[in-house]
Design a protein around this ligand. Structure first.
Ligand code: CA
Ligand code: CA
Ligand code: CA
Length: 345
């Protein structure tokens, strides 16, 4: 009987210890004072985020160890530098770039060793965003920047590190987006074919381009409010270069037409964008978002004439405002800018 009790008690103690061990680990992790140490381990090297101030507040300082660089501690300190500490002491890796907003780790040149990839802020007063990269394996620094013209920033998606080049002036349109890579000793953005989406917007005067804007306010998928734009060619087609995502707003606008907006739009990799027919939305001559008596008045003021003041009253772009244009305007009479919700087929 005693023996059975002993076995029971020792089994109970073993079970308790088993359950206690992870608990103790959590306690010690919370207890450890700053800087925190993260240890990543995986092969081959997949892109990952160390921290991004746009996503979360990591505190004043962070430390990191990597299997690829044993016996070395990397340390980031807010408003200071990225350093490495090994048997030879501490070295600054981010010479010249101290306002580091994020550090992502990715193997940009395919040598199996990760590079430190950062979005950084430059200047006082006028501030531009740049991508700075430090390759610890070769001790080389790379930069993507174009002060006053473009801003560059990083984000991660599906274990891939993406770079985005945006205009520095409103509406901050994205001019390039793609994977970040080092090719022939240069830091470059590689556009993926999967990101080129074709679409069509039909109208009555196809030589006047329509503007397509795709915007996202999703702060996780894409680093900040982002707008991708494209314009239609003479056959109404356009190509938008944008990454797959959800929660997009797709808007088509064209002078003389009501706008057409799709909310909560889902963009899938490699898929075309919907065909939008603007023909029934022609006749908003003054561009106030509604086709009404005002537009009719403008049209009639130059009726049977070559348009002078109201060129968009010549809906067909035929060189004369006549009954054909009037028919289109009346067909859309009292309509307003269209906003629909995206419904997946
Ligand atoms: Ca590398
Ligand atoms: Ca109007
Ligand atoms: Ca006409």
């Amino acid at each position: 009987m005693n023996n059975i009790l002993k076995v029971l008690v020792s089994t109970l103690i073993a079970i308790m210890l088993l359950h206690l061990t992870p608990f103790l680990e959590i306690v010690s992790a919370i207890d450890s004072s700053l800087p925190k140490t993260l240890i990543f381990a995986s092969q081959p090297f997949k892109a990952r985020m160390w921290f991004d101030l746009a996503i979360e507040n990591p505190g004043q300082s962070l430390e990191l160890e990597l299997d690829e660089f044993p016996d070395t501690v990397f340390r980031w300190t807010r408003f200071q530098f990225l350093t490495s500490t090994d048997a030879d002491g501490e070295k600054v890796l981010s010479y010249g770039w101290n306002n580091i907003q994020s550090i992502y780790l990715a193997d940009l040149n395919g040598d199996g060793f990760p590079e430190f990839c950062s979005t950084t802020l430059w200047g006082s007063g006028y501030i531009d965003e740049r991508i700075c990269v430090y390759d610890y394996a070769t001790k080389k620094t790379y930069q993507l920047s174009d002060r006053t013209n473009y801003n560059f920033s990083l984000f991660i998606k599906n274990e891939g590190l993406f770079a985005m080049q945006k205009a520095a002036i409103r509406p901050f349109s994205v001019v390039k987006i793609g994977n970040l890579a080092i090719i022939d000793n240069e830091l470059v953005i590689i556009n993926s074919e999967q990101q080129k989406h074709k679409g069509t917007a039909h109208s009555l005067d196809p030589f006047r381009p329509a503007t397509i804007t795709l915007s996202s306010s999703d702060s996780i998928q894409i680093s900040s409010t982002t707008t991708f734009t494209a314009t239609t060619t003479s056959d109404g087609t356009y190509t938008l270069d944008a990454p797959a995502g959800t929660g997009y707003t797709l808007a088509v606008s064209k002078p003389g037409y009501l706008s057409y907006t799709i909310e909560n739009f889902i963009l899938k990799e490699g898929e075309d964008l919907p065909t939008i027919d603007l023909k029934s939305l022609a006749g908003d001559i003054n561009g106030d978002g509604v086709i009404n008596a005002e537009d009719l008045t403008y049209m009639l003021s130059e009726f049977n004439k070559k348009p002078v003041n109201w060129k968009y009253a010549d809906i067909t772009d035929s060189g004369i405002i006549n009954a054909v244009d009037l028919t289109y305007l009346l067909a859309g009479f009292n309509k307003r800018n269209v906003v629909v919700q995206w419904i997946e087929e």
